[in-house]
Design a protein around this ligand. Structure first.
Ligand SMILES: Cc1cc2nc3c(=O)[nH]c(=O)nc-3n(C[C@H](O)[C@H](O)[C@H](O)COP(=O)(O)OP(=O)(O)OC[C@H]3O[C@@H](n4cnc5c(N)ncnc54)[C@H](O)[C@@H]3O)c2cc1C
Length: 355
């Protein structure tokens, strides 16, 4: 993986080998993940798909009433889900995995707080001139642009930018879009594109930080393929509580983050893993799996700590790369070069990002 600053010579190259690993991670398409999960589920459960929830009735209690109210009514007091089309389901636990605008969250009376970033994320699948096996990301003054390897000469573009630039990118044809990506990724880093001063800074940094992994060039993008580029609003969002009697939120329903480090899905997987362990534990010790007190202790507590730490780190990263003041940008570039020249620090960062 290579990240760099659009307005200076700073860059960092992370490699799996430095961390003693065969690979740092995988870029998996949503459809591939969903079909793998569905085939793993097999016949073990009834799948009702597609389906849309029209309403859910939870046991009557406030969002802060953890455990006692539900326990007093006994496990027979179930959540009742009504689907569009009329079917009704009753269960001990509803897992709300319905994204940042979660209806299960609002029907459960759980409140989320956050803010919009005044940026949109433009996503597209592109074809590159040569096969791509590296994640490339440039921090532009308008937001980060990532070119992420998928497979067979295809990559994904995730471009966080202003609403105006996002609209312009969405309107471009396949080759025009590719040219815009190539142009944007061609600036910054140690290429000395910043005139005499920039050239001097690049030469000085090459001298001071010699021995660091060299900066490499990204594979040229030829065109977008499939659906035209599409943009989504970017936001930071966190639900005050992840659980209430008979409900647990996971993934973006509980927290949404800026995509600048590609951590959204990892956080959701972390939630799912912890919740599955909590349910298994409840079953083993004979506890009601929809008991909010149990879920708060065994699921919400540990996940809230992990999620808030990552959310804080991502929001800080976004703020640091959002400052364009030359003196601050100089310090930021120096910081990137220090990281690049310090393998133990890079290993720490990689280990945290890989979970
Ligand atoms: C532009 C952009 C780029 C991103 N890039 C990355 C990246 O590179 N890597 C990464 O890890 N993360 C990325 N993310 C974040 C990632 O997309 C989310 O973290 C992830 O999709 C959250 O998964 P989820 O299953 O919790 O929610 P979602 O993916 O939002 O899925 C929710 C599902 O619930 C369904 N649903 C909603 N309401 C109802 C209802 N009432 N009834 C029935 N079904 C319903 C929806 O149809 C949807 O299928 C990006 C986000 C954006 C906006």
């Amino acid at each position: 993986m290579q990240v760099w600053d659009d307005v200076g010579p700073g860059y960092v190259r992370y490699s799996a080998a430095e961390a003693g690993l065969a690979e740092m991670g995988h870029v998996a398409e949503n459809d591939a993940v969903q079909s793998a999960l569905a085939s793993r589920l097999g016949d073990a459960a009834e799948r009702i798909w597609p389906a849309t929830i029209s309403s859910i009735e939870f046991p009557p209690c406030g969002p802060h009433d953890l455990g006692e109210a539900a326990a007093a009514k006994g496990p027979a007091h179930l959540a009742e889900i009504r689907l569009e089309g009329g079917r009704t389901l009753r269960c001990r636990l509803v897992v709300g995995a319905d994204g940042a605008r979660s209806r299960t969250r609002s029907l459960g009376g759980l409140r989320a707080v956050g803010w919009q970033y005044d940026q949109r994320g433009v996503v597209a699948c592109v074809r590159t001139e040569t096969p791509n096996e590296v994640a490339w990301q440039s921090f532009l003054s308008t937001g980060p642009l990532a070119l992420l390897p998928v497979r067979d000469g295809f990559s994904n573009v995730v471009w966080s930018t202003t609403p105006e630039i996002a609209s312009a990118l969405e309107a471009m044809g396949p080759e025009e879009f590719a040219a815009a990506v190539n142009r944007a990724l061609s600036a910054g880093g140690p290429r000395g594109s910043g005139g005499v001063v920039g050239g001097f800074a690049s030469a000085a940094s090459r001298f001071l930080f010699r021995g660091q992994p060299p900066f490499e060039e990204f594979p040229r993008v030829l065109e977008y393929t499939g659906a035209p580029p599409k943009s989504f609003p970017l936001q930071m969002l966190h639900s005050g509580r992840y659980v209430r009697p008979r409900l647990a939120l996971v993934g973006d329903a509980a927290h949404a983050v800026h995509p600048l480090a590609g951590q959204g899905v990892n956080l959701g997987f972390g939630d799912a893993k912890e919740l599955a362990a909590a349910i298994a534990h409840a079953t083993k010790v004979g506890c009601d799996i929809g008991d909010a007190g149990f879920l708060a202790a065994h699921y919400e507590g540990p996940r809230r700590t992990a999620n808030l730490a990552m959310m804080g780190a991502l929001d800080s990263l976004k703020a640091v790369f959002g400052v364009q003041m030359p003196s601050f940008a100089g310090l930021r570039n120096l910081g990137l070069q220090v990281v690049n020249a310090t393998p133990p620090l890079k290993r720490e960062i990689m280990a945290y990002a890989m979970g």
